[in-house]
Design a protein around this ligand. Structure first.
Ligand code: B3K
Ligand code: ZN
Length: 872
């Protein structure tokens, strides 16, 4: 397999003005007929280039004709899944008939079967598995789609746009035609057909147009779509209010499918969702999942403008739509719930997972310069770091100018396929803010590090901050240039009061510094007393910032900073410092002992009634195994685990009474609601319960069982179960069994059970996971189940990191099996193994050996790219 490069981009030599498709649906063999109204692209210099259409090894060409002239086999070639026609006119209609096999499509790209229905997934390059096409996002076409099927089996037949006809044919089949007036690239094409139930609603847009809203599921799930429907309406309203964006078709449809490689897909007018990201009910869905459903419904809806009306020129520009849309959905969720809680959760995820990616062998810029398989680049870097870039633009421009910029972007590029540069240019042109240097964020990989030192002069009441930035080398990028980094900060005095100080003639208790040099000094005057700096408020840039805080400084920030995000961050830093000391002790084989006053800090948090319980829970939740691994120079998984367990126990024992009390205090009464206030109480209550049980109090044991048995919602029931499983409750086995018995007919709940069971630390964990793969609840064909079971196993530190390498071997075996069925899923499973260089030496060699074993096989492009780059 070979790489393709951004620098080689050329405009397409041909365009497709209209695309007419006919699907004669059949499980075994579906006939696809396409009529492509094509012409040479006047903007291309390659005016004698042959016509090259993309296909797939699973597409069988039956016939091809040009303007009704059926091409004999000598007048076209099939090479490497491409259809090549040398002699073409300037304008012509190309007709192709192809055969595809939906029921044998295990990659879940193109047209495939999911339980009883037909559905599609075409992003990024899935359309070529349906028929030969110019399968690239800068070829935008107006689609008309005819679906012919047996309506007794498949009464619902959907595609993009509006339904324009439905008729019964002479042969007894039904023929339905859909027309989408908005030109779109093939990756936004969708088709769904099945025996589905529908929930209907309407939305009246700001210009008073009535839009029909429909959510389709299989019959047994239709009672779980109310929350998604409400979330959709909130998203539609929010996009009008905040971005001035109105929905443009008369109908908007969402379909839930059980087998889906990712979360969801923003096909024009017909979003397709993984059922795990759409369905919700209090009894079966946890708070986290409720929020996720809302965020993903919003995300896919927002793509209608940021992605569909304005799309990407090429796949290197993926973050143009993904980074921007993630920023939009994050802002939406913040507005619906708590701004600070949302920011903490997003940053925590970024620092754990995206920072690890940016420091690993697959590190790449937000706008990658090359790839072997684009599916591998739907990454945390493109999505989450991409969103941070847009957020920094928002910070640098201010809300008002940012809105002017987004208005200009949508107006200037409506109906076009554009680049990240076009996005930045609109922001710059609308605001007058120079973003030239800022654009380096798109092309430089790696997490920048900022070192901060300070100096206070009491006499002149001046305070100086020196900021140095450096971005580490990443694969293919040995040296880096300084970035344009917004650093939001405030200064506080020793009692925790905000200091109003002057910087560049501007007096305020908060300032925005713009770091653009490798080293820069910022001066503040009128600083009455030696301050403690509260740096990078709200995490104003995706960087690793270090400043030599004392424990006392951190406790002060934790208790008094005006910025809620930085209070959390100070708490995290205190815990990280303590844990790192414990990890060192564990690695050295010493007896563990605490060195800081973290416990006292936590005690006052628990007793501070003025705080949002959600924030208290977030702060008391110890830094994860994964985050500590990201921070480590060399990862010692067992030492990290030991350190976390020890610290948790110390805190639990010291504050036993406080946790017992917090548990009682934060009970939620009344009907279940997925709203910030209740979610906050449940999160603190359940966190308190986990500490309380860890403290060894027998009363807590009974409370765990009682909560499991009496809970009227999945959040509380599953929290009780997880606590029992992870804290060695003697009833853990019974509860796991009871849970399965209760929920065996709810696949999404069973998936949670699979994940929890696989993550349970036991002597014979690998055998247990192997047995689960044979369990009736497991199905290798279903991506959600694979993710649950193998994802859970990845969190099972003792099992996955067995010193004999058997955990790695087990995962490698599964990757090899899955690669034959579904390369995208196989490739994603490789991630834990790619971290081998950072592992403790005895583990590192074992991991590497498994990578080499995988590499010795015939691999998909997807897995090949990840494994070969990891070994490089
Ligand atoms: N755009 C899709 C992702 C497509 C998956 C590619 N393999 C979902 C989203 O980001 O909205
Ligand atoms: Zn997206």
């Amino acid at each position: 397999p070979s790489a393709i490069y951004l620098k080689d981009y050329k405009v397409p030599p041909f365009l497709i003005d209209k695309t007419e498709l006919t699907f004669e649906l059949d499980e075994a063999t579906t006939v696809v007929t396409s009529k492509l109204h094509m012409r040479r692209n006047p903007d291309s210099t390659e005016n004698t280039a042959p016509l090259v259409l993309d296909g797939g090894e699973d597409v069988k060409l039956v016939a091809v004709a040009m303007d009704d002239y059926v091409l004999p086999s000598g007048e076209y070639q099939l090479v490497d899944n491409q259809l090549i026609i040398t002699a073409t006119a300037d304008n012509f209609v190309l007709t192709c008939e192809t055969l595809i096999e939906p029921q044998n499509n295990t990659r879940l790209e193109g047209l495939y079967r999911s339980s009883s229905m037909f559905c599609t997934q075409c992003e990024a390059e899935g359309f070529r598995h349906i028929t030969y096409y110019l399968d690239r996002p800068d070829v935008m076409s107006v689609f008309t789609t005819r679906i012919i099927a047996d309506a007794t089996k498949y009464p619902v037949m959907l595609s993009n746009g509006n339904e324009i006809s439905r008729e019964l044919q002479e042969d007894g089949k039904t023929s339905v035609v859909w027309h989408d007036p908005f030109p779109k690239p093939a990756y936004l094409f969708a088709l769904v057909s099945g025996n589905l139930e529908v929930k209907n609603d309407t939305f009246v847009t700001q210009s008073q147009r009535e839009v029909k809203l429909q959510i389709f599921t299989e019959a047994h799930n239709i009672d779980k779509v109310d929350y998604a429907m409400e979330a959709l309406k909130r998203s539609m309203r929010w996009d009008e209010d905040v971005y001035g964006r109105e929905y443009d078709l008369d109908i908007f449809m969402i379909v839930a499918v059980d087998d889906f490689n990712m979360g969801a897909m923003e096909n024009k007018g017909l979003n397709i969702f993984n059922s795990s990201c759409l369905l919700a009910s209090p009894e079966t869905t946890t708070d986290d999942t409720y929020l996720r459903v809302e965020a993903i419904v919003a995300h896919e809806y927002f793509h209608n403008w940021s992605g569909n009306r304005v799309t990407c020129r090429d796949w290197f520009q993926l973050s143009l739509k993904e980074g921007f849309t993630v920023f939009r959905d994050q802002s939406f969720s913040a507005d619906m719930h708590s701004d600070t809680v949302k920011r903490v959760e997003d940053v925590s995820f970024l620092k754990t997972a995206q920072f690890a990616e940016d420091a690993g062998p697959m590190a790449h810029p937000v706008r990658p310069a090359s790839f072997i398989e684009i599916s591998n680049f739907y990454t945390l870097t493109v999505y989450e770091k991409g969103a941070e870039i847009v957020r920094m633009i928002h910070t640098l421009l201010g809300a008002e100018n940012f809105r002017k910029g987004s208005d200009l972007y949508f107006e200037r590029h409506d109906g076009q396929a554009v680049t990240c540069d076009d996005f930045v240019a609109a922001m710059q042109d609308a605001s007058g803010v120079d973003l030239t240097q800022f654009k380096r964020w798109y092309s430089q990989a790696g997490t920048p590090q900022i070192r901060v030192t300070d100096e206070y002069d009491a006499q002149s009441q001046t305070y100086q901050l020196t900021l140095q930035q450096e971005t580490p080398a990443t694969p293919g990028q040995p040296t880096k240039l300084p970035l344009h980094i917004p650093v939001r900060l405030g200064l506080i005095d020793e009692s925790g009061n905000a200091l109003s100080v002057s910087s560049s003639g501007h007096v305020s208790d908060e300032h925005l510094l713009e770091l653009t040099e490798a080293e820069q000094v910022f001066e503040f005057t009128q600083v009455a007393t030696k301050p403690v700096p509260s740096l990078l408020r709200g995490f104003s840039a995706p960087v690793k910032l270090s400043y030599d805080y004392s424990s006392a400084d951190l406790l002060l920030l934790l208790s008094s900073d005006q910025d809620g995000f930085n209070r959390w961050n100070a708490g995290q830093q205190l815990a990280v410092n303590e844990l790192n000391t414990l990890i060192e002790q564990a690695v050295a084989g010493e007896t563990l002992s605490l060195t800081s006053n973290l416990v006292e800090g936590f005690k006052s948090l628990l007793q501070d009634a003025s705080l949002d319980p959600a924030m208290v829970a977030l702060i008391l939740n110890l830094p994860s195994q994964a985050y500590l691994s990201e921070l480590a120079q060399v990862i010692h998984p067992n030492a990290i685990k030991q350190a976390r367990q020890y610290l948790k126990k110390q805190i639990a024992e010291s504050l036993q009474a406080d946790f017992a009390q917090a548990y009682q205090q934060h009970q939620v009464t009344g009907q279940y609601q997925a709203e910030a206030k209740d979610i906050a109480s449940r999160s603190l209550k359940n966190l308190a319960l986990s500490y309380w049980l860890e403290s060894g109090d027998d009363a807590a044991k009974q409370v765990v069982v009682a909560q499991f048995e009496s809970a009227d919602n999945m959040t509380d029931q599953f929290a009780a179960l997880s606590i029992a499983v992870h804290h060695g409750h003697d009833k853990a086995d019974d509860l796991l069994d009871a849970f399965y018995q209760q929920w065996q007919n709810e696949p999404l709940v069973v998936n949670k059970w699979l994940m929890l069971s696989a993550s349970r630390e036991q002597e014979d964990a690998i055998a247990k996971v192997t047995a689960l793969m044979e369990h009736e609840a497991f199905d290798l064909k279903n991506p959600n189940k694979v993710r649950s079971l193998l994802g859970g196993f990845g969190q099972n530190i003792a099992a996955f990191h067995q010193v004999d390498g058997s955990g790695y071997q087990f995962l490698a075996d599964q990757i090899l099996v899955l690669d034959k069925r579904n390369p995208q899923i196989a490739s994603r499973l490789c991630t834990p193994l790619t971290r081998w260089k950072k592992m403790a030496p005895e583990l590192s060699v074992k991991m590497k050996a498994e990578l080499e074993r995988i590499m010795a096989n015939e691999l998909s492009k997807d897995v090949y790219e990840v494994i070969s780059k990891s070994l490089a």
